[in-house]
Design a protein around this ligand. Structure first.
Ligand code: SF4
Ligand code: SF4
Length: 137
C-alpha cells in the first residue's frame, strides 16, 4: 500500500540517509514528491511510501525516533471549475497523471483517486484555480 507523509526534519536530522534506511531496513520505497531542505537547516519533505502496512507502521515509529515530525498529508486537491479555463498547464507538472489534458475535448480532467497531494500543481495554475482543501477533523 501507499502512504503519503509530510516529514519535518530538525536541523540535526537533515543529513540522515532516510530513504536508504527505509529501503534497507523496512523494504519501503520512498518517492520524494517535494523537498525544502537546506544544508544544516531544518526542512520539510513530502514523500510517498510504498510497502507492507506493518512495515509502514514500523517505519513511521522509526522516523519519529530519529526526531522527525510526521503528518499524514491532510487534505485533498480541488479544481475550481468556475476559475479553470482548461489551459492544461497544471497537467504538465502532475507526476501521477491525476491532472490530464484531454485533447479531443480540450478540457482538463482531474481524477482524484490518482492524486498524490504533492501540491506541485497549485503554484502552476495562473488563475489560482487549484487549492488544497484541508480536512477539518
Ligand atoms: S497534487 Fe496536483 S500535481 Fe500533485 S498529484 Fe495531485 S493533481 Fe497531480
Ligand atoms: S492550470 Fe489552472 S486554468 Fe489551466 S487547466 Fe489547470 S486548473 Fe485549469
Amino acid at each position: 500500500m501507499k502512504r503519503r507523509l509530510t516529514l519535518h526534519f530538525p536541523r540535526e536530522a537533515v543529513h540522515q540517509p532516510i530513504t536508504y534506511r527505509l529501503a534497507v531496513d523496512f523494504d519501503i520505497a520512498a518517492k520524494i514528491l517535494r523537498a525544502q531542505i537546506a544544508p544544516n537547516q531544518s526542512g520539510t519533505m513530502v514523500v510517498e511510501l510504498s510497502g507492507d502496512i506493518d512495515e509502514l507502521d514500523a517505519a513511521e515509529l522509526w522516523l519519529e525516533r530519529q526526531g522527525l515530525g510526521l503528518n499524514r498529508v491532510p487534505g485533498e486537491i480541488r479544481v475550481d471549475p468556475l476559475l479553470c479555463v482548461d489551459c492544461g498547464i497544471c497537467s504538465s507538472v502532475c507526476p501521477s497523471g491525476a491532472l490530464r489534458f484531454d485533447g479531443p475535448t480540450a478540457r482538463l480532467a482531474f481524477e482524484a483517486p490518482h492524486c498524490l497531494v504533492c501540491e506541485q500543481c497549485i503554484p502552476s495554475c495562473p488563475l489560482e484555480a487549484i487549492a488544497l482543501v484541508l480536512e477539518t477533523r
